[in-house]
Design a protein around this ligand. Structure first.
Ligand code: SF4
Ligand code: SF4
Length: 437
């Protein structure tokens, strides 16, 4: 793991603000790992309400999508997508009323009586996916094929520019803990670790006070135990396998998943979404996004409706001080550069970072000098230089044999490479191709 220069001070003390509603929301039908929502439940011209379900799928692995504003369905068309270039999207024209579907507080007695299956059903209907960037449907993750005994709440947010999770942990601690208890009930786990990096002292304090956490050395093992774990702020501390290793001392072998060692890891924003779905009957149609970068005069942590084009968020955080040369969806380490500002926010969008020309620091790619730096630093134990070469030559089977599917796309290999090799981009390509083999 590496220590990165932090750029969180622009937004880490800014409380979450609500972004202006979009004039048009573009709701992609594919915002999750799994099958696209091919069963569209509305037609052009229909009136829809905020929170109304718009589409599901005939597949097994998916999360339904919902309207994020009220208005009229203007069309169903190909539109920009932050991860896929373009994808089918439902376009909603804002009617300015923001009329919701009926949502109300669920009575506490009813919440207490919910079974794990009922909690998973609510999470599914709310369309919740992993909101730290992974976007795997949460109801499936909470129904692992093997018994698990440990839940880790991932509050690391190790990307150097992002602060949305931090603000959520400070401002919505109680709600995250309530979501955490529901998830623990779903999984039937007794060991719960809240993992936060040491650069977020306010969040650590809030969790220690409100969760009733018991220090690890004082746990009796008799009942559900909460424990706050403070971790060094290193990158990529928030990667699932790194987190499990640093919290529990367990290694997840290549090709295995956390549940193989009895562990489930979820991001803090996902717990908050679970809380809202169960307690407030609210589907996932908005999320906190950090909009930042030195180009902006007013960088912020914004509560944003899904489907809002980034152009509108940039205007909201403006005026621009410098023209952006590069827009990154997500953080600079794991995010993806986008050329259009019409790309909409989706459920897994953690941040939007605008870089000036000077900050992009794009350098010419040179030949690999076999220095081994990428191999030494890869947290997944891979040989990135080999996968990079295989990918460039289109040797997908070779890339797969060298473990490209275990790459967590952390970007460290590119970051440390003295030859400026675009390693992570080529590994992303290899992963897509290797999955087809
Ligand atoms: S190969 Fe993947 S996991 Fe390893 S450093 Fe590069 S991006 Fe990170
Ligand atoms: S860090 Fe760059 S130059 Fe060094 S071995 Fe890896 S790819 Fe080659």
């Amino acid at each position: 793991m590496v220590k990165l220069a932090e750029h969180k001070s622009r937004t880490e003390h800014n409380a979450i603000e609500t972004a202006r509603l979009p004039d048009k929301a573009y709701i992609p039908l594919n915002q999750h790992i799994g099958k696209i929502c091919n069963k569209v439940e509305v037609n052009p011209g229909d009136t829809v309400l905020r929170g109304q379900r718009l589409a599901g799928s005939d597949g097994n692995v998916f999360a339904p999508v919902h309207a994020s504003i009220s208005g009229k369905v203007a069309g169903i068309q190909n539109w920009f997508h932050p991860l896929m270039g373009k994808s089918r999207a439902i376009v909603i024209e804002n009617d300015g009323n923001d009329t919701p579907v009926p949502m109300s507080l669920r009575p506490q007695a009813e919440i207490n009586a919910l079974t794990p299956d009922q909690i998973r059903a609510i999470i599914f209907e709310a369309g919740i996916v992993g909101m730290g960037g992974a976007s795997f449907p949460t109801h499936i993750k909470l129904n692992p094929p093997k018994p698990v005994d440990t839940l880790i709440i991932n509050g690391c947010e190790c990307e150097p520019y992002l602060t949305g999770d931090y603000r959520l942990m400070v401002e919505r601690t109680k709600e995250i803990i309530l979501g955490m208890k529901l998830v623990a009930k779903c999984l039937g786990v007794k060991n719960i670790y809240i993992a936060v990096e040491d650069n977020k002292p306010e969040a650590i304090k809030a969790f220690e006070i409100l969760s009733g956490a018991v220090p690890a050395d004082k746990q009796s093992g008799a009942d559900t135990q909460y424990s706050v774990r403070t971790l060094k702020s290193l990158y990529p501390q928030g990667g699932e396998k790194q987190l499990i290793k640093n919290v529990l001392g367990k290694e997840i072998p290549r090709g295995r998943l956390p549940f193989d060692t009895g562990v489930v890891v979820q991001n803090v924003a996902t717990f908050f979404a679970v809380y809202e779905a169960v307690y407030k009957m609210k589907p996932l149609y908005e999320r906190v996004v950090t909009v930042t970068g030195s180009c902006l005069s007013n960088p912020q942590n914004l509560l944003v409706r899904i489907g809002t084009p980034i152009k509108q968020l940039v205007e909201f955080c403006g005026p621009l001080k410098n023209p952006p040369a590069k827009i990154i969806f997500g953080g600079p380490m794991m995010g993806i550069a986008k050329s259009s500002d019409l790309v909409p926010v989706i459920k897994s969008t953690t941040g939007i970072v605008l870089f000036t020309k000077e900050e992009t620091g794009i350098k010419e790619e040179e030949f690999c000098i076999r220095c081994g730096a990428c191999v030494k630093e890869c947290p997944a134990g891979l040989m990135p230089c080999l996968i990079n070469t295989a990918s460039e030559k289109g040797f997908w089977a070779h890339a797969k044999a060298n473990g490209c599917l275990d790459c967590i796309e952390c970007g460290i290999c590119s970051y440390v490479c003295p030859a400026n090799r675009r390693i992570v981009q080529s590994i992303r390509r290899a992963k897509m191709e290797a999955m087809k083999l």
